[in-house]
Design a binder for this molecule. Structure first.
Ligand SMILES: Cc1cc2nc3c(=O)[nH]c(=O)nc-3n(C[C@H](O)[C@H](O)[C@H](O)COP(=O)(O)OP(=O)(O)OC[C@H]3O[C@@H](n4cnc5c(N)ncnc54)[C@H](O)[C@@H]3O)c2cc1C
Length: 310
C-alpha cells in the first residue's frame, strides 16, 4: 500500500516528539497494509520509527518476563528454547507453554511473522490479536509512556477496550508488557477455535490455576475485548456458566466473517468447561480433552521459520 501522504520518517521512541498526524511505526504490517488514510479523519504525515529504540526484546528475571513493545513474534516464539537451556526457575514456568500456541494462532506469512511486534499487535487491538490473548491470559501489565514525560501502567486486559480500540491517548507509546512470575508459574490450559484450518481465531480461551487453586479464565477473540473471570475454588458447571452469563452480555460477542456471535458464545461456554476440567486436579476429576478438530492450525509460515530449525 502506498503511503503517499507521509512527509517524513523520524527515528525516535520519545513520545515528546509526537505531534498530530504522526503514527508510531513498529513492524509496519498494519500501517503498510491499510495505508496512511485509514487511521483517522486526517491522513498520516509522519511515521515515528521505533526500529532504533534499542529496547532489549525480552528480559527474564525471577519476577517475570518483560516483553518490549518492539519484540517480534519470531523472537517471542524462540523464548521457550532459549530458556530451556538456562539455569533458574524460569525454564520450568508452565506459563511458557502458552507462548507457542499463541504465536501459532497468528496465522500469518513469513514476512509478517518476522516483522510484526507484540506492541503493534496490542495497539492494533483486533479481537483476534494473539499477543493480546497471551499477555492478558498471563495477567500482563502494559507500561505506557506519554508525551508529557509521564508514564502509567495498566492490565493488558484493560488496555484493550474494544474492536480496534485501546486505552492509548494521542501520542502515547506502549513501551512494554510485564508478565508476572505468579502467572507464569501457574498451571495453564489453552483452547482455540477457528472456522477454517488457516483461519483467524474465532474463540481463544486461556486458563491459569495458581498454587492456591484459584482459576483465572481469559476469554479473547470471541469477544470484542478481553474478558477475565476469577474464581476462588474451581467453579462447578453451573457456577461457570453463571459467571460467563454475568461477565459477557450478548452484545460483547464479536461479529465478523470469522464467526457469528451465537457460535462464539456457544464455543466460549464449551471451551471454558474444557479448561476447567483440564485444570481440575482434585481426586476423581476427569481430565479435559483437547479440542483437536481445529487445533493446531498448520500455518504456511512454519515451513520457512528459521527458529524451528527445519
Ligand atoms: C497476512 C496478515 C495476517 C495477519 N493476521 C493477524 C491475526 O491473525 N491477528 C491479528 O491480530 N493481526 C493480524 N494481522 C495484523 C498485524 O499484522 C498484526 O496485528 C501485527 O501484530 C501488528 O504489528 P506491527 O508491529 O506490524 O504493527 P504496525 O503496523 O507497526 O502498527 C500497527 C498500529 O499500532 C501502532 N503502534 C505500533 N507499535 C506501537 C507502540 N509501541 N505504541 C503505540 N502504538 C503503536 C501503530 O501506530 C499502528 O497504528 C495480520 C496482518 C497481515 C498482513
Amino acid at each position: 500500500m502506498d503511503m503517499n501522504t507521509i512527509e517524513a520518517v523520524v527515528r525516535t521512541a520519545d513520545p515528546a516528539e509526537w505531534r498530530a498526524g504522526d503514527a508510531w511505526l513498529a513492524g509496519g504490517t498494519v500501517l503498510f497494509s491499510y495505508g496512511s488514510t485509514a487511521f483517522g479523519p486526517e491522513p498520516l504525515r509522519r511515521l515515528l520509527d521505533l526500529g532504533s529504540a534499542g529496547w532489549p526484546a525480552i528480559t527474564v528475571t525471577d519476577a517475570g518476563i518483560e516483553l518490549a513493545a518492539t519484540c517480534t513474534v519470531a523472537e517471542l516464539y524462540a523464548l521457550p528454547d532459549t530458556l530451556a537451556g538456562s539455569p533458574g526457575a524460569a525454564r520450568d514456568w508452565p506459563g511458557l507453554d502458552l507462548i507457542r500456541p499463541c504465536c501459532d494462532s497468528f496465522v500469518a506469512s513469513f514476512k509478517v511473522w518476522n516483522m510484526s511486534t507484540v506492541g503493534g499487535n496490542l495497539c492494533t487491538s483486533l479481537p483476534a490479536g494473539p499477543m493480546i490473548s497471551l499477555c492478558a491470559g498471563l495477567d500482563g501489565t502494559a507500561t505506557v509512556l506519554s508525551p508529557d514525560g509521564s508514564g502509567r501502567e495498566l492490565p493488558v486486559a484493560d488496555f484493550i477496550t474494544g474492536d480496534g480500540q485501546n486505552a492509548l491517548a494521542p501520542g502515547e507509546l506502549l513501551r512494554s508488557v510485564s508478565l508476572p512470575a505468579s502467572a507464569l508459574a501457574s498451571r495453564v490450559a489453552f483452547r482455540r477455535l477457528s472456522l477454517s484450518n488457516l483461519g483467524r481465531s474465532g474463540v481463544l480461551l486461556i486458563g491459569t490455576l495458581d498454587g492456591g487453586g484459584r482459576l483465572t479464565l481469559t476469554v479473547t477473540a470471541a469477544t470484542k475485548r478481553p474478558v477475565q473471570l476469577r474464581f476462588g475454588p474451581l467453579p462447578d458447571a453451573a457456577e461457570l456458566a453463571a459467571a460467563l452469563d454475568g461477565a459477557i452480555p450478548d452484545s460483547l460477542y464479536h461479529d465478523d466473517i470469522h464467526g457469528l456471535p451465537a457460535w462464539r458464545r456457544d464455543m466460549t461456554y464449551r471451551l471454558a468447561t474444557e479448561i476447567r476440567d483440564e485444570l481440575d486436579t482434585r481426586a476423581g476429576a476427569v481430565p479435559g480433552r483437547v479440542s483437536g478438530d481445529f487445533w493446531p492450525p498448520q500455518s504456511p509460515r512454519r515451513e520457512s521459520t528459521p527458529q524451528e530449525g527445519a
